[in-house]
Design a protein around this ligand. Structure first.
Ligand code: SAH
Ligand code: SF4
Length: 336
């Protein structure tokens, strides 16, 4: 799918045709222009040629039925992954923003093979459209979009924001901006730019994983450039401008970041933050990176420290581990 071509195609047509074309894609969820029977045969053929709607993909379903991973083939033959997570009334799509990732976090599989390129707006929209079509067949809709797949969203800032604005538009999915969440490993320029966007109520998540500089340095190279004091400053500034609660993601790693001392450091970091927050603890999904997940006993112990220091937290229950669709497991695989 190529949205630029779509714009070019509809540019010369009357307004009602433009509406019909957008409706065919985003409201009816057609996967072929043949189904747009309100168009003439010639128009359907022209659209099919310049702006085909088919999305080359393969699906993998988790045993509990809650998670579906899609392996999508891009026009240059490269593959990306997208995940649909069903939870209660929510249908969240976890979108990839880059092919690979240059940030090199030690516990994450996404960056292991380096970085190839940023994804285009069309390629991100397509990830959401694919699941929107699947859900439509069940009379359901995409309700939330999280930029938490492969890649660092703030290194592809312009396209990520454009994707949100595009899908926010009534002529497409009309999704409110507050239904989008962006997770960053700590690219401060992106946090700053986001705080200055108009009409952009997206949720910001920051991947912290340790509030001790020396430790964070070892698992997240970004910390060497933007240490915790600078991160706290940027987040406080963001909160001052937006008044939006910040989600702090904290992956639990065995023998690494779950001691009493780690909870004390986290408390100190939060004290420095002049912002409403919630810490989201996520037990590590094991990849080939060598780090281990803590036992449930160890997780319980860390939670008791968080309670002791009155840290506001929730635990994310990860699904999709059995189909390699959980956080940090998305890679640039060619098959399965
Ligand atoms: N690149 C962005 C967004 C994608 S990663 C970021 O890092 O924030 C989404 C979340 O999954 C991040 O919090 C990331 O740190 C976390 N993650 C990465 N690898 C993981 C793993 N193996 N287990 C659990 N979470 C992981
Ligand atoms: Fe990139 Fe996020 Fe993985 Fe770090 S955790 S390597 S920033 S995708």
């Amino acid at each position: 799918m190529n949205l630029e071509n779509l714009e070019k195609m509809v540019a010369g047509l009357p307004n009602f045709r433009k509406t019909q074309a957008y409706d065919a894609i985003f409201k009816s969820g057609y996967d072929s222009w043949e189904k747009a029977t309100n168009f003439s045969y010639l128009l359907r053929k022209a659209f099919e040629e310049k702006m085909p709607l088919s999305i080359d993909h393969e699906l993998f379903h988790s045993k509990d039925g809650k998670t579906t991973r899609a392996l999508m083939k891009l026009s240059d033959g490269k593959h990306i992954e997208t995940v649909l997570i069903r939870s209660g009334k929510r249908n969240s799509v976890c979108v990839s923003t880059q092919l690979g990732c240059p940030m090199g976090c030690a516990f994450c599989a996404s960056g292991k093979d380096g970085f190839t390129r940023n994804l285009t707006v069309s390629e991100m929209v397509e990830q959401i459209l694919l699941f929107s079509r699947i859900l439509k067949k069940e009379d359901e809709k995409v309700s939330n979009i999280v930029f938490m797949g492969m890649g660092e969203p703030f290194l592809n800032y312009k396209n990520v924001i454009e994707t949100i604005r595009f899908l926010n538009n009534k002529s497409t999915l009309g999704l409110a901006t507050r239904r989008f969440s962006i997770s960053t490993s700590g690219v401060l320029s992106g946090i700053k730019k986001l705080s200055m966007e108009e009409n952009m109520e997206v949720n910001l998540a920051i991947s912290l994983h340790s509030a001790i500089d020396k430790k964070r340095d070892t698992i997240m190279p970004v910390n060497k450039k933007f240490p915790l004091s600078k991160l706290a400053e940027a987040l406080s500034d963001y909160y001052e401008k937006t008044s939006r609660k910040i989600m702090i993601e904290y992956v639990l790693i065995k023998d690494f970041n779950i001691s009493d001392e780690d909870a004390v450091a986290l408390r100190k970091f939060i004290n420095e933050l002049d912002a409403a927050y919630v810490v989201n603890i996520i037990p590590l999904n094991e990849t080939s990176c060598g780090y281990e997940a803590p036992t449930s006993f160890e997780i319980g112990k860390f939670k008791s420290y968080l309670e002791k220091y009155k840290i506001n937290f929730v635990q994310r229950f990860s699904s999709g581990g059995d189909i390699n669709a959980a956080c940090g497991q998305l890679v640039r695989r060619e098959k399965g």
